[in-house]
Design a binder for this molecule. Structure first.
Ligand code: NAD
Length: 543
């Protein structure tokens, strides 16, 4: 009898099963329903999935013995990582295994689209069966050499697609707020703001994770900005494009053709795009090469056994939140730093140029490196698909060319402790300070030049505005009519009637359409939506 039981619910290459079988009983149940998975998961020590199985909170809560969930691939958006972390279950993935496969599939789609390979093949097939002939003029293609490839998301796959595109003689431009101009240049990519990329590219290829920010990042407005006759390739996640808007742009001729490996309703890959002749759709095959599957399966099997033996795996998406060596004292400050990081990541627009952290008051006599890691974790995890944790956050930031400095000061700053983060981007600069106040708890106390008093939890709206009457009423009425409750409100202003900032804590996320509506209200300059994170635990509140 082997000591562990492992359940595999998506297709896994044999090599992974062979590795696991050395120490575990392995049950293969591809295609299992979520109801059945929930009923049997309690018997297993480990679970392996790819992108099909949805590992929900409900399933995780039914998993009494589970110690690790392995994702044989990159994206973990089908796994409730927060629920797993809460129960002390490791989530491990294999981020590097599928990079080449996904990039090659991107090029396969691009070439097939540019040269109308799929349509020409179908026409040949039909002609062959009916004894007719093919009208070759219908399949006139487009050359790639000399064209501009616009890559959105210059991570592992985006960078490799850049390299392959260069080999085809394309000029490559790219947008990624977490990649500096210099590190893009080293890859032969001209870094551009998103709007510039949309205007200049002949081909646009998406390589971003699906996050709140990237959801529908290509929508009607973005399609309108593009060159006439642009080609769209998507091998990332379906929902980063508003499919209905893409459909319209294809029908209207703005977009000449689209080739996608991912769609919004997945599975069962239902998409209206298939009605159109200038579209190619594949069923999420980006990672499906024999080579990638073998590497991913072996890697994930080895990591599972590492966890089951009680050791730390190499690619844990959710390493235990507080490193053992960090003193108890720093724990609540790490949480504060992480919340400031999340806030800054969502509030700042443009490419990141520099992050400056200042630790003041009683913090000045401690090693503040864990606070910097916590800030970077909060800052990076909002947007990256790779596993960010306290240990690897600084490494990831450095590998992306994001510069950060960390200073300590004993100067009197008016608080017994103060963490300040200044983020400088290609477009703007935000400075945010937070403190742990005795008998009060964690607070954001300053945003740019304004003093505020904000509990960093839940959802918030950040308004830049002129301090004039009527704004709160209008916003409140709009939110109320959509059943969104205002929990708290804070105003920071320089003088009566002047430029001011308002933070409104709300009980639910505010949809984009409402934000757009608010931006049209008189005296509102801008509105941004931020999610600080779940409610702060009582234990973390007091210093
Ligand atoms: P990665 O983390 O290495 O790169 C993602 C990049 O996107 C990062 O550099 C990040 O800074 C950037 N990014 C985040 N938010 C952004 C934004 N708003 N605008 C522009 N850039 C932004 O990930 P990767 O390994 O390159 O994977 C990229 C995507 O491809 C993921 O969504 C992954 O799930 C998907 N993927 C799909 C398949 C497939 O089968 N089709 C296979 C593998 C990966």
């Amino acid at each position: 009898m082997k000591p562990y039981r492992v359940l595999v619910t998506d297709v896994l290459a044999q090599v992974g099963i062979d590795v696991l079988s050395q120490a575990a009983e392995v049950d293969m149940r591809p295609g299992i329903s979520s109801e059945e998975l929930k009923s049997i998961i309690g018997d297993y020590d480990a679970l392996i999935v790819r992108s099909t199985t949805k590992v929900t909170r409900e399933i995780i809560e039914a998993a009494k013995k589970l110690r690790v969930i392995g994702r044989a691939g990159v994206g973990v958006d089908n796994i409730d990582v927060v629920a797993a972390t809460e129960r002390g279950i490791y989530v491990v993935n294999s981020p590097d295994a599928v990079t080449i496969a996904a990039a090659e599939h991107t090029m396969a789609l691009l070439l097939a689209l540019a040269r109308r390979v799929v349509q020409a093949h179908s026409a040949m097939n039909t002609a062959n069966k009916s004894g007719g002939s093919v009208d070759r003029k219908k399949f006139m293609g487009t050359q790639l050499a000399g064209k501009t490839m616009g890559i959105i998301g210059i991570g592992r796959i985006g960078s490799y697609v850049a390299k392959l595109s260069q080999a085809f003689g394309m000029r490559v431009i790219g947008y990624d707020p977490f990649v500096t101009i210099e590190s893009a240049r080293q890859k032969g990519i001209e870094w551009k703001e998103l709007e510039v990329l949309l205007k200049e590219a002949d081909v646009i290829s998406l390589h971003v994770p699906l996050t709140d920010e990237t959801y529908h990042m290509l929508d009607t407005r973005q399609f309108e900005m593009m060159k006439d006759g642009v080609m769209i390739i998507n091998t990332s996640r379906g929902a980063v494009i508003n499919e209905a808007a893409l459909y319209k742009a294809l029908v209207g001729g703005k977009v000449a053709g689209a080739a996608v490996d991912v769609v919004e309703a997945e599975p069962p890959w239902k998409t209206k795009l298939l009605e159109l002749e200038n579209v190619i759709v594949t069923p999420h095959l980006g990672a499906s090469t024999v080579e990638a599957q073998e590497v991913a399966a072996r890697d994930i099997a080895e990591q599972l056994l590492t966890v089951l033996k009680g050791e730390i795996p190499r690619n844990a998406v959710n390493l235990p939140p507080i490193p053992i060596e960090v003193r108890e004292f720093l724990k609540p400050f790490m949480q504060l730093a992480e919340r400031i990081g999340r806030f800054q990541s969502q509030i700042c627009r443009g490419g990141i140029k520099l992050i400056q952290l200042f630790h003041a008051g009683q913090l000045a006599s401690y090693d503040t490196a864990p606070l910097t890691s916590a800030f970077l974790k909060g800052f990076l995890e909002v947007r990256l698909s790779e596993a960010v944790n306290y240990l690897n956050a600084p490494v990831i930031a450095r590998s992306r060319g994001i510069g950060f400095t960390d200073e300590r000061t004993t100067e009197d700053v008016g608080y017994s402790n103060l963490i300040t983060a200044r983020v400088i981007t290609t477009q703007e600069q935000w400075t945010v300070s937070g403190s742990l106040i005795r008998d009060v708890g964690m607070r954001i106390v300053r945003i740019n030049q304004y003093h505020v008093d904000v509990i960093p939890e839940g959802h918030a709206l950040v308004f830049e505005q002129y301090d004039k009457p009527g704004i709160v009423g209008r916003v409140g009425t709009l939110l109320g009519s959509h059943n969104i409750n205002i929990a708290n409100m804070q105003l920071g202003r320089e003088r009566v009637g002047g430029h001011s900032i308002m933070i409104m804590l709300v009980d639910n996320p505010v949809p984009n359409e409402l934000l757009e509506q608010m931006k049209t209200f008189p005296n509102i300059i801008d509105v941004r939506s931020v999610y600080f994170g779940p409610p702060l635990s009582e234990t973390m509140q007091s210093p």
